[in-house]
Design a protein. Structure first.
Length: 345
């Protein structure tokens, strides 16, 4: 089977120009038990900011769900001319993980999609059959080639510098609930061939409360070709302290393809967000890089401003916007988890 890499495709960095951002409208009450109605104002604020710089394409079950979504969007003064709805029914809202991984070929100006297998983070939240086929449905709708690697992979588990390097975590990709028959080297081969990268870097653990088993988009993010932001816990008694220090030490030892060390910028962790006695995976690293802005989850915490300032320093050409994610994080994810970029060719 010819792979995307053999055909000249690669997965661009998130800061590359987007045609659109894809979302799946939230509707699963079990993801936000007792709180789903509270998330819509902030979710629609997210869409409003996105729509100021690119199209927003939203998966919905049917016309009734689209009508409800439009009603909610109008309450936040969203320009509906910038929003497109697609009747692709989903099980849940986490489009980063079940949505299409868009590839581009800069030579032929073509676009393609990788449809990785999806099993709701190791079979934790069945059913997930509708989510699993979303990339192929979108590929068929737009007449794009769709590649099927045949293994489980989630968009939140990988991050890219756009220059051949991917970063991920052993906690997630080597978890036996994903691809138990594959070892680290075999998984790397899939990453090389289907994301079109040349190098895979590995950190260890994810943060406490993260039900994805350690997605990288809560801990380490590329902000340019040779710089990462990584979250650090300042409180030595916090359960995230040591695992994030261990990740930091790993980052310091890494070298890029050109032999350079990574530039490492440190981002604080917010104060613990606890709801119904559960520690939630609140992290400022779960930001989304849109065409005109960087949208950052905030948590009604005195570290919010510091985090926004640090991220603004990494993106001088974009406006950094904080949106209160205290209710959204009850779903165990935030803005990056909810979105998937469609790059321009």
């Amino acid at each position: 089977m010819i792979t995307p890499k053999q055909n000249g495709f690669h997965f661009p960095a998130e800061w590359a120009k987007h045609t659109a951002t894809w979302l799946s409208w939230p509707h699963k009450e079990a993801s936000w038990p007792g709180k789903i109605d509270l998330i819509f104002p902030r979710y629609c604020e997210f869409i409003k900011i996105l729509s100021e710089g690119e199209l927003v394409r939203i998966n919905v079950k049917d016309e009734q769900m689209a009508a409800f979504a439009k009603q909610q969007l109008l309450l936040q003064n969203v320009d509906l001319k910038q929003v497109e709805f697609f009747e692709f029914e989903t099980n849940d809202a986490w489009c980063r993980d079940h949505g299409p991984a868009f590839l581009i070929n800069p030579v032929t100006k073509q676009k393609a999609i990788v449809d990785w297998g999806y099993n709701a983070w190791g079979g934790k939240y069945p059913p997930f059959d509708l989510d699993d086929v979303i990339p192929t449905k979108i590929g068929e709708r737009f007449g794009l080639p769709v590649y099927h690697p045949g293994i489980v992979m989630e968009g939140g588990s990988v991050d890219f510098n756009g220059a051949g390097t991917l970063i991920t975590s052993t906690a997630c990709l080597l978890n036996e609930n994903r691809n138990p028959a594959l070892n680290q080297q075999q998984i790397e081969e899939y990453l090389y061939n289907y994301y079109g990268v040349e190098q895979v870097l590995w950190v260890g653990e994810g943060i406490t409360g993260d039900d994805t088993d350690g997605h990288i988009d809560d801990t380490v993010r590329f902000v340019n070709e040779d710089t990462v932001l990584t979250v650090i816990e300042e409180n030595k008694t916090d359960e995230n302290y040591q695992l994030l220090q261990d990740n930091l030490e790993m980052l310091k030892k890494m070298r890029l393809i050109n032999g350079k060390q990574l530039n490492i910028a440190e981002l604080p962790m917010p104060d613990a967000v606890i709801y119904e006695d559960q520690r939630l995976p609140a992290s400022y690293a779960n930001f989304y890089i849109a065409n005109n802005s960087v949208i950052v989850p905030t948590y009604r915490c005195d570290k919010d401003v510091k985090a926004l300032d640090i991220i603004q320093g990494c993106f001088p050409e974009r406006k950094v916007v904080g949106i209160d994610s205290t209710d959204i994080i009850w779903g165990l994810g935030s803005f990056h988890c909810l979105s998937q970029q469609e790059p321009e060719v």
